[in-house]
Design a protein around this ligand. Structure first.
Ligand code: SAM
Ligand code: SF4
Length: 329
């Protein structure tokens, strides 16, 4: 198991497959002025598989595919097929806005994808148009239903809570867990990239303490569920007699850097050492200069060794170089 300089077992790799997206959530992507990595700069399925194999050889066992929007990759099924065949990878998941799942969920399941986290900020159609902008409730909901039908369990729903956009809708989102075995997870806004989305993320921030109080006021007590996994970023709870789980991911108010087990790879082939710092190590050059698994494993071990202890948001240091859609969240 690869351990960093602070005794953390780093065993979870998040692969960002693409930096483009079909939505424009207010806290993630501006509507205009975007530039995306040109196609030849994005890693190929075989390059992602080489990185994943290298990761498995040094002890990684969890991989998540993310973006941008991973379902926009025309070769996504091939990427999933290649990674799911790698010995040692026991958990292969994807974070997505779900819009293209009706066309893809069954093929992804057949290719070896285990489960999905689907991003849905509200059940209110008008609020959704404001917060996820190019998104529509019906499209995302159909994606969730397709994931369920394909057996991509457990279904986890990501809700980013934004003051004046969807902060009161958290009650209806949590209520979904009362008759479904879904995990509905509330995420605090993080300011990435230094632009207008970062500004909004600072200005419209809602702490998860407030979100939890709002839910309990209407739906009653949330009972903690003890986690067996110390690196689980969510604090999990259950409403009375509910089959589902309500989770809180609080990187700002309750940083979990001390138990972070993640490494990230950007779509253009950089190991990104911490979501909330700018440090990166290039792996694409090695891949394109003929370096195989061994060369990648050496760079990965170096990336682990250089992983920062944690973020410094409370001291006013936010990452400037990449926005959320470029790091994969
Ligand atoms: N497009 C996919 C999606 O939306 O799930 C995958 C990529 S997106 C960058 C990954 C996750 O990042 C989203 O599910 C959303 O919850 C989260 N996210 C995006 N911007 C954020 C921000 N500024 N603060 C907190 N979470 C954010
Ligand atoms: Fe796209 Fe996901 Fe960012 Fe929303 S959060 S704009 S769906 S990448």
């Amino acid at each position: 198991m690869p351990e960093d300089g602070f005794g953390r077992d780093i065993n979870y790799l998040r692969l960002s497959l693409i930096d483009n997206c079909n939505l424009r959530c207010v806290y993630c992507m501006p509507m205009e002025g975007l530039t995306f990595a040109p196609a030849p700069e994005l890693l190929t399925p075989e390059e992602f598989a080489t990185v994943a194999r290298a990761a498995a050889t040094v002890g990684f066992h969890k991989i998540r595919l993310t973006g941008g929007e991973p379902l926009l990759r025309a070769d996504l099924v091939e990427i999933v097929e290649k990674i799911s065949r790698i010995d040692g990878i026991t958990d292969l998941s994807m974070t997505t806005n779900g819009v293209r799942l009706p066309q893809l969920a069954h093929r992804l399941k057949a290719a070896g994808l285990h489960r999905v986290n689907i991003h849905l900020d509200t059940l209110d159609r008008d609020h959704l148009k404001r917060v996820m902008r190019l998104g529509s409730f019906d499209a995302i909901w159909s994606g969730i239903e397709a994931a369920q039908a394909a057996g991509l369990h457990p279904i986890k729903i990501n809700v980013v809570v934004v003051r004046d956009y969807n902060e009161d809708d958290v009650v209806d989102m949590a209520r979904l867990t009362m008759d479904r075995d879904w995990h509905v997870r509330f995420i605090e806004l993080m300011p990435l990239g230094g632009g207008e989305c970062a500004r909004l993320s600072l200005e419209q921030y809602v702490s998860n303490t407030q979100t939890r109080e709002r839910i309990e006021e209407v739906l009653g007590c949330l009972t903690p569920i003890l986690s067996h996994d110390p690196s689980d970023e969510a604090r999990n709870y259950r409403l009375e007699d509910a089959p589902g789980v309500v989770g809180f991911i609080s990187p700002v108010s309750e940083p979990y850097c001390g138990t972070c087990n993640r490494m990230r790879l950007t779509a253009d082939g950089q190991f990104h050492l911490c979501l909330l710092n700018d440090d990166e190590l290039d792996v694409k050059r090695a891949l394109r200069n003929g370096g195989g698994e061994e060369a990648v494993a050496r760079i990965l071990l170096k990336a682990i060794a250089f992983k920062p202890t944690g973020h410094r948001l409370s001291q006013g240091h936010a990452p400037q170089h990449r926005s959320m859609y470029q790091t994969g969240g």
